[in-house]
Design a binder for this molecule. Sequence first.
Ligand SMILES: [Zn+2]
Length: 497
Amino acid sequence: MQAKAFSIAALLIGLHWGSAPLGLAASLIFVVNGHRQTLRTQEIGGREWLSLRQVAEAVKAQLEWDGRHRRYLFRLPPASLIVTPGHSAILLNGRTYLLSTAPQLSGAEVLVPAELLQLALEEIYKRKRIRWDAEKRLIQVEERDYSLRGLRFHTYSDHTRVVLDLTKPLAFSWKEDPSQIVLRVKEGVLAPHFQRQDLSDGLVRSIELKQRLKGVELSIRLEEKRGPIKVFALKGPDRIVIDVFREGAWQLAQPAPAMEPTIIVIDPGHGGQDSGAVGPRGLKEKDVALDIGLRLKKLLEKRLPVQVLMTRSEDLFTPLQQRTAIANHAKANFFISVHVNAAMRSRTVGFETYYFTKDPSDSSARASVLQENLAVNLEGVGPKEQDNYLKLTVTDLINDVYRDESSALAELLLDELDQILKVENRGVKSGPFYVLAGAAMPAVLVEAAFISNPLEERKLMDETYRQRVAEALFEGIARFKARYEKRMGMTLGGRSG
Ligand SMILES: [Zn+2]
């Protein structure tokens, strides 16, 4: 109960009609389920007031004068409100709330401060959607449940995909000009948590969603140079997809020449303010991961005709989604995220490798996922959005396509770690790792030893041991690359023949 009172108090503080210039008499636009009405307001003593009768008419409530107690009864079953002129306490659904000032009698009317309207609406339409637009002085009550539940986007090498997730199929139309696409979803009702998204991925600048009276408007601001745009609807779950292609993407989409160099992205976990796990003697996961990653890069570049990109080469914080975006943008062939493990029990030792699946493969996979996804909290992404991102990425089959390749790479890496380091092999596992979720290529995460174990921490402190870990990862990648290129070569040969 206490919590409820608090949230209402927070809402009241959030009511800012003050920015709009108020004359002696002004008005509010009040829209309930698309039905538009105007409520007249008055300014008295620097406050904005409404007549309670007007409010009752707008929401089709019953208003009675209780002469015995000198109070007004406002009924909209199951909601009820009791207002006593001259008293700032009101009774709303049986609970007492204090207004910032007392309702007043003015002729035959009772005037209430405008804040009461918000309070009453929040209570009456509890689970419904109420939108306040102080600038337009608009209050919109939408009793229907929202139909636009999510917005996702992803940067691929040749296009950027924007996906609007719907709760049911909805009609839409769109217009494009050189600088933007505006898509209108008829009768769409926006879920309450959308924010403007800045992508600046070289193709899309920003994405914005707005609730309009007749539906939802999506604006995608574009960079000057771009290729064609495709807009289409998909089912199961219902969604609208907008693909913005790069300039010349159609040519790029042709089969690539067989001798294109292999691009490998190494992603040293954590960095900057995100230390990752910390060992009993203070060794930090971020430092170990970076060192192993840089050693692996050196080995790869020295021994194989490959190009290696690092998601970070210094002690820097890099958002998880950006890490795969780097790989996708570079059209990388493989993505390897390097981490060290930590466990509640300090006795736990060994190596694990992971690939992406919607659900964790076992309890230790669940623990690793929780630990490795923590960094997202430093990026200001809410848990719901994280959840949606992971779930919906899977439905778009980005990872399904690469699942077999990813699990094969994970297997080869673990096999080499096992053979070269003679470590405890804890198996190939899988789970919803945020850092792997959007990779459009085979992608794995390596958990090299447990920094939480004093013995393994000591090993990880030793640079010869870290070099051996890098050697083992190198061998695994080399084997995978050979297998992968054989297969790709066959595919390309088949096509050109
Ligand atoms: Zn980690």
